[in-house]
Design a protein around this ligand. Structure first.
Ligand code: PEP
Length: 249
């Protein structure tokens, strides 16, 4: 179902005490906007984050997972393990996973399938590099990322997919896609899904924007009709900034 979502990707930041105090501050200040609010702490702090949030509506999600159920995959985490600690949503395909850990479309497709098979929700990230945009190839790149990882899924699976368009040149750089650039790409993504599947599926999927969203630019980006919220990195590490972004939805 298409919903408004604001998610914070904490990456490799915040130790246990910092995680707990940020969550406590967020819970206390959380505005009631009707949007889903999610945070993705590091793996080691997921269990505590879930406990610490108790009945709060803030959802704890994972930054990554492996596609296998279990086995000899040192350093990895499975869908079953996440579900066991009550984490049922996972980010897959973040550009840092693609760039620094060599995750290919093929691997990402396996991860998406593994998560969906376990009935998890998948927040799938994708987006073009600066050269792609400069050469006008950004629509082709985005289309191929979606095709390679998602377009073999059956229509039913789309109920558990959230998309996060994150142009790589805007992640952690302070540079943001303009609201018009975000809207143009989100509309393209929705149309592409409509062409491959159908308009009903396209209109039901939440498409988030990610890339240097801050309190100062969130409202304008979120005001665009095909932008259903944001995946926030740096600004989600500060409660007041994250709360201001949530209010902007
Ligand atoms: C991200 O890493 O998903 C992200 C959008 O980071 P930032 O907001 O810091 O650009």
């Amino acid at each position: 179902m298409r919903s408004k979502i604001v998610a914070g990707n904490w990456k490799m930041n915040k130790n246990l005490q910092e995680t707990e105090s940020l969550l406590a501050e967020l819970s206390a200040k959380l505005p009631d906007t009707g949007a889903e609010v999610m945070v993705a702490p590091t793996f080691v702090n997921l269990t505590n984050a879930v406990r610490c949030l108790g009945a709060s509506t803030i959802q704890v999600i994972a930054q990554n997972m492996h596609f296998a159920d279990n086995g000899a995959f040192t350093g990895e985490i499975s869908a079953e393990m996440l579900l066991n600690i009550k984490v049922d949503t996972v980010i897959i395909g973040h550009s840092e996973r693609r760039a620094y850990f060599g995750e290919t479309d093929e691997v990402l497709a396996k991860k998406v399938t593994a998560a969906l098979t376990k009935n998890m929700r998948v927040m799938f990230c994708f987006g073009e590099e600066l050269e792609d945009r400069k050469s006008g190839n950004h629509f082709n790149i985005v289309e191929s990322q979606l095709r390679n990882a998602l377009f073999s899924l059956d229509a039913k699976a789309w109920g558990n997919i959230i998309l996060a368009y994150e142009p790589v040149w805007a992640i952690g750089t302070g540079e943001t896609a303009s609201p018009e650039q975000a809207q143009e790409m989100h509309a393209f993504i929705r149309k592409t899904i409509g062409d491959v599947y159908d308009v009903g599926i396209a209109n039901n999927v939440s498409i988030l924007y990610g890339g240097s969203v801050k309190p100062a630019n969130a409202e304008e980006i979120f005001s665009k009709p095909d932008v259903d919220g944001g995946l926030i990195g740096g600004a989600s590490l500060n409660a007041d900034d994250f709360v201001a972004i949530i209010k902007a939805i």
